[in-house]
Design a protein around this ligand. Structure first.
Ligand SMILES: O=C[C@H](O)COP(=O)(O)O
Length: 321
């Protein structure tokens, strides 16, 4: 079964207008930039089916405090679950290679992690180390501040310098820090730099992957390039939602849980939280006793009126206490 992501005219128009803007910022002709976005002529894009999720997963441990033991554990799980790759910090690539020797689990290294604000030359140096050590994929963090400065020449060169190192490159946009326009512009720049993927998040910022961002990124980069959803994806349903919106890779530290839930659907069920029975509001008004009621009626009939009946009833109640 082939799944599709439909284009809407509003998003198409927006992407067109951003291509015009980005071309201007870069000093390029719009027509030349548009050649990279032929998919904008389509009504829908092919996307993947959310099944066999292990083949979508970059099994990830990027914590500064991750030890050799943790990396070994990560690699062991990647082998056991047949994950697509492990994603580690560059200093951990050599040991990931040792742990994964003889298997087909790939190794992705992050670069410029997690702020993306290091110099391009530092990123290139780190990328070369990772590739020479055995990484075949590089997850680089974009320079978010330079993007917000509209210094698109810098951002384009920053990404392209990593792409030129030769591995498959995923450009981490850190979408939680960007608005819709910035997500589109960063995706356009990633396409122009010939990056293979755009990726949402580091998992270390103010937010993670959102399905609406995945959809937007997919519509910008088209079918020839891929989208990686990452950051905060902890269960099967969230991972499947990302794939239904155009993701072809899931970066997650909870890959084991995600795949366990796919293989055992009963683990997906939301926990049933037993509701406490609501405390009944104390709305009952104090009931009049038969004596009080009779006394009020008698006084009313004797001509003391309603007020007299009420006062007499009140006196009787106090007297009885
Ligand atoms: O690139 C992947 C992310 O760092 C994973 O984030 P996560 O720990 O929220 O799954």
């Amino acid at each position: 079964m082939t799944n599709y992501l439909a284009f809407d005219q509003k998003t198409k128009n927006l992407i067109h207008s951003r291509i015009t803007f980005v071309a201007k910022q870069l000093g390029l002709q719009k027509e030349d930039v548009l050649k990279h976005f032929g998919h904008l002529n389509k009504d829908k894009l092919k996307i993947s089916e959310p099944t066999h999720l292990e083949r979508f997963i970059d099994h990830t441990n990027l914590h500064s405090h991750a030890t050799s033991k943790d990396i070994k554990h990560l690699c062991g799980e990647a082998i056991d679950f047949n994950f697509y790759s492990v994603c580690v910090n560059s200093s951990r690539v050599p040991e990931a290679v040792d742990n994964l020797r003889g298997t087909d689990v790939k190794i992705a290294s992050v670069v410029g992690f997690f702020l993306g604000a290091t110099s391009t030359s530092a990123k290139v140096n780190e990328t070369e180390f990772a590739i020479n050590s055995g990484a075949t994929e590089i997850d680089m963090v974009i320079n978010v501040g330079k993007l917000k400065d509209l210094d698109y020449k810098y951002v384009l060169n920053d990404i392209k310098s990593i792409v030129d190192c030769g591995a498959s490159v995923k450009v981490i946009l850190e979408t939680a820090l960007l608005d819709e326009i910035e997500i589109i512009d960063a995706s356009i720049l990633s396409v122009l730099a010939d990056a293979h993927f755009v990726k949402t998040s580091t998992g270390f910022s103010t937010g993670g992957a959102k399905s609406e961002d995945i959809r937007l990124m997919k519509l910008v980069v088209g079918e020839e390039r891929e989208v990686k959803a990452s950051g905060g994806i902890r269960d099967f349903n969230s991972a499947a939602e990302m794939i239904k919106n155009g993701a072809t890779r899931i970066g997650a530290s909870k890959g084991v849980q995600i795949v366990d839930q796919e293989r055992n659907p009963e683990l997906r069920k939301p926990k049933i939280v037993e509701k406490k029975p609501k405390e009944q509001k104390k709305t009952e008004t104090k009931q009049e006793t038969k004596d009080e009621s009779d006394m009020k009626d008698i006084l009313y009939m004797l001509g003391f009126g309603a007020t007299g009946g009420f006062i007499a009833g009140h006196i009787l109640t106090k007297w009885k206490k």
